[in-house]
Ligand binder design. Structure first.
Ligand code: HSE
Length: 409
């Protein structure tokens, strides 16, 4: 029997307890041992839980219990999750987590401690919810040089965009639905402003390039400025708008990393990924593109990945899984204004089409709403050049209402 503790009984934590209880026999058959939930840490009361007597409000009961070998940290947030994780690892307990905020902020340090203590720190659930992505990248694709990873990494925003595009739903109503379904973060700003996707692309970049990428060094834009008009124009051009996290190692070794809404061509494998589903494209030099697809948010999909990590830890109680990246202060990230894109712009004003052509040169214009309210696609240019030209256009009396990158995905 392997004793485990679960820290947090929210959406994911309650899912972990549920799977461990309802899939007990299945897990036993695979592992040859029972996984026993010894303690659950939460400040709230859960008198109706089938394991109500195992709840505690005191972390010390977990850390001092030598029988507990594995701890699932599913409390979310940085503090006290960071302090508790560190203490568990230092006490010789393996830790598994869905906490992308913590992994993105302190992953290198926690992986180093796990290495020193000869225990495991696993976080399959931190990216892509129920989609296997950390383990496949770390193991199955290990023979590849991966120079690019891109994907839809946030279920809440993809759900909102899908509802806007397919049902013409208003932003706030779609967000409320995503919250009710348990997809959104406690503070949904992390979803809609792109921070959650940023944490996830940082984790994938750290894994791909072997050194820690910090979220505050990544240019991040959310979806709050996307309107139904943008959605319709994008469709006319043959694109769908998605929030994309993308990292690419250029041939000069510089890393181009960003989170932003992008126009994704209908033919892209990412274009048809809807609702809370995530899709992650990993470009390996031997494999070519490999796309991972599945439910990126929600109780049981995410809990399934946490439980898989618990099982992995059970199978490797005295052995480390090789999952590691180093801390780094390297500053080889491309300034977002130097990054090159084709752009979509939606503009309004007297003579909008003619003035846009004067400023941007060769553009592909959609004039569905007349010549004063148009949208156009530019040729490739640095984002900085685009901003300069947009300012020139505004000085000619044409308002730039939207500017969205075109993702060549
Ligand atoms: N809020 C996150 C999302 C949960 O919507 O993707 C899963 O990480």
């Amino acid at each position: 029997m392997v004793s485990v503790a679960i820290m947090g009984h929210g959406v994911v934590g309650s899912g972990v307890a549920e799977i461990l209880l309802t899939h007990k026999q299945k897990l036993f058959a695979g592992l040859g041992e029972e996984i026993h939930i010894k303690k659950i840490l939460d400040l709230r009361e859960f008198p109706d839980s089938p394991v109500a007597e195992r709840f505690t409000k005191d972390f010390e009961e977990i850390i001092s219990d030598r029988e507990i070998r594995i701890v699932a940290e599913v409390m979310g947030g940085l503090h006290p999750a960071y302090e508790y994780t560190k203490r568990c690892l230092k006490a010789g307990k393996s830790v598994v987590t869905s906490n992308k905020e913590l992994v993105a902020a302190y992953g290198a340090e926690l992986l180093e401690i796990a290495k020193e203590e000869n225990v495991n720190y696993l976080f399959e659930a931190s990216v892509g919810g129920g989609i296997p992505i950390i383990r496949p990248m770390n193991q199955c694709l290990v023979a590849n040089i991966v120079n690019e990873v891109a994907g839809i990494l946030n279920g809440t925003t993809n759900f909102i965009l899908t509802k806007m595009i397919e049902d013409g739903m208003q932003f706030d109503d779609a967000l409320k639905m995503a919250q009710d379904l348990g997809f959104a973060e406690r503070n949904p700003e992390a979803d809609i402003e792109g921070h959650d996707a940023c944490r996830k692309i940082c984790i994938l970049a750290s894994l791909a390039f072997g050194r820690h990428f910090y979220p505050d060094s990544v240019h991040t834009e959310g979806i709050t400025k996307i309107t139904l008009e943008d959605v319709k124009y994008a469709e006319n051009f043959g694109y769908v708008i998605k929030l994309i996290g993308k990292v690419k190692r250029r041939s000069d070794g510089m890393i181009d990393i960003i989170v932003a809404p992008m126009l994704v061509p209908f033919k892209s494998q990412l274009a048809s990924i809807d609702n809370e589903f995530n899709g992650i494209m990993v470009r390996g030099d031997c494999t070519g593109d490999v796309v991972f697809y599945g439910k990126g948010a929600g109780k049981l999909p995410t809990a399934s990945a946490v439980v898989a990590d618990i099982v992995d830890c059970c199978n490797h109680l005295k052995q480390r899984r090789f999952l590691y990246w180093a801390d780094s202060k390297e500053s080889n990230i491309v300034d977002y204004k130097e990054s090159v894109w084709r752009m979509f712009a939606r503009v309004t004003g007297e003579g909008a089409e003619q003035k846009s052509r004067e400023v941007f040169g060769n553009i592909n214009v959609n004039t569905k709403n007349g010549t004063k309210r148009i949208a156009f696609l530019t040729e490739s240019m640095t984002y900085g050049d685009f901003l300069d030209k947009a300012a020139q256009l505004e000085s000619k009396g044409v308002k730039v209402c939207s500017m969205i990158r075109i993702g060549e995905l």
